[in-house]
Design a protein around this ligand. Structure first.
Ligand SMILES: *Cc1c(COP(=O)(O)O)cnc(C)c1O
Length: 385
């Protein structure tokens, strides 16, 4: 066996003991049972109830966003946020090639086409410099609108994503976006609790979205949320996610085609208990980073990814990056880790390589391709440290 996979397994074993250790599991030992029982006793388990409202209020307090609208999952939050940013059928939306499929799917749900951009090694997120040079090469401004000269389609939004909980250079992306008149929708699905320059991710752009899937740092079973500081957009988000029903005690009137995307109260009850523990989850994950660093810091051929400069990350998933000349070892490292009970996974297959997106436009993706070949996520649950 090659030395690197065995060395990495030994380093992880020194931290984690014997396997099996899952990649990420939720911790549900706070007030979860209490709030769920209370929710059941109330009979308000569905789309109306006090926990859903409280969960939204807790999210605004936590993130500093003026408004939060809770949804059934992070994908639906992205879908609505893109619609509200003005994305229309036939448009193009700039997204990182290195992201979860939901980012691209949400663009498709709007009838638009994802247009893939490269990532930045120091943040794992969208590279503002690459975005600028690509837009200057392929786009033209027509009466205030950014148009892709190659396809003739309007480019109407950009979606930076904070990978594995690490804030991307969202300020840099905002600057480029402003120069091209593009609204920014942040996919902050993985970065609840993560700050850039002291400001919560998901609150920089016109809109931001969160996910509370079972594998995220905080879970509602399934769930998501839309963040915005714009009162009108928040009201529109609430309306669209609640079947566009005109509020009335008994009348069922709907004034446009809406979506049944409201987070059920029973999921929000779970979320309220989870949010109470977010600080301790983050502290535990940050400790785990320190411990992994001690075990792996001296290992040649691999680097433990550290939060980007100016940021304070939630370290949702701990991320190893193999040296470029060790990229051919990735699959063997993954196999050896999993064989030894330490669940590990590679980064996502780049979105433009997925069947539904093969014909979508793309910038050069040198850095994203390298990251795809060298990233390995290792066990990261809160409580491991
Ligand atoms: C989890 C996730 C989402 C949304 O996920 P849901 O499972 O729909 O809640 C979106 N984008 C990224 C990057 C994610 O990791």
């Amino acid at each position: 066996m090659n030395a690197l996979p065995a060395t990495i397994v030994a380093a992880l074993a020194s931290v984690l003991g014997d396997g099996p250790v899952p990649l990420h599991e939720p911790r549900l030992d706070g007030n979860e049972s209490r709030y769920l029982s209370d929710c059941l006793a109330s009979t308000y388990v569905s789309s109306v109830g006090a926990y859903a409202d409280r969960f939204e209020a807790d999210l605004t307090a936590l993130t500093g966003a003026k408004h939060a609208v809770a949804t059934v999952n992070g994908t639906s939050a992205l879908h609505i946020a893109l619609l509200l940013a003005g994305v229309q059928p036939g448009d193009e939306v700039l997204i990182p090639a290195l992201s979860f499929v939901a980012t691209a799917n949400a663009v498709r749900y709007c009838g638009a086409t994802p247009h893939f951009l490269d990532s930045q090694k120091s943040t794992l997120g969208l590279d503002p410099a690459a975005m600028r040079s690509w837009l200057s090469e392929i786009s033209t401004m027509k009466s205030g609108e950014c148009v892709n000269q190659t396809t003739g389609r309007r480019i109407t939004a950009v979606v930076p994503m904070h990978a594995f909980g690490h804030p991307c250079d969202v300020v840099g992306v905002m600057e480029v976006a402003a120069d091209y008149g593009l609204p920014v929708v942040e996919d902050a699905a993985e970065s609840l609790g993560s700050l850039m320059n002291g400001q919560h991710t998901g609150t920089f752009g016109l809109l931001g979205t969160l996910s509370f899937n079972g594998n995220k740092i905080v879970t509602t079973g399934g769930g998501g949320a839309i963040l915005t500081n714009d009162a009108h957009l928040a009201q529109r988000a609430k309306h669209l996610t609640t079947t566009a029903k005109v509020p009335h005690k008994w009348e069922y009137t709907h004034d446009e085609v809406g979506y049944n995307y409201r987070m059920p109260n029973i999921n929000a009850a779970l979320g309220c208990a989870q949010l109470e523990q977010l600080d301790s989850f983050i502290a535990s994950k940050r400790r785990l980073y320190d411990i992994y660093l001690e075990a792996l810091g001296q290992v040649d051929g691999v680097t433990l990814f550290q939060e980007p400069r100016g940021s304070r990350g939630n370290y949702w998933l701990q991320t190893l990056i193999l040296d470029t000349d060790q990229a051919d070892q990735r699959d063997e490292v993954l196999k050896t880790l999993n064989d030894n009970g330490f669940m590990a996974r590679p980064a996502w297959t780049l979105l433009p390589s997925l069947k539904p997106f093969l014909d979508c436009p793309s910038a050069p993706l040198a850095e994203a391709k390298l990251l795809e070949q060298t990233i390995i996520n290792v066990p990261s649950s809160a409580g491991l440290a």
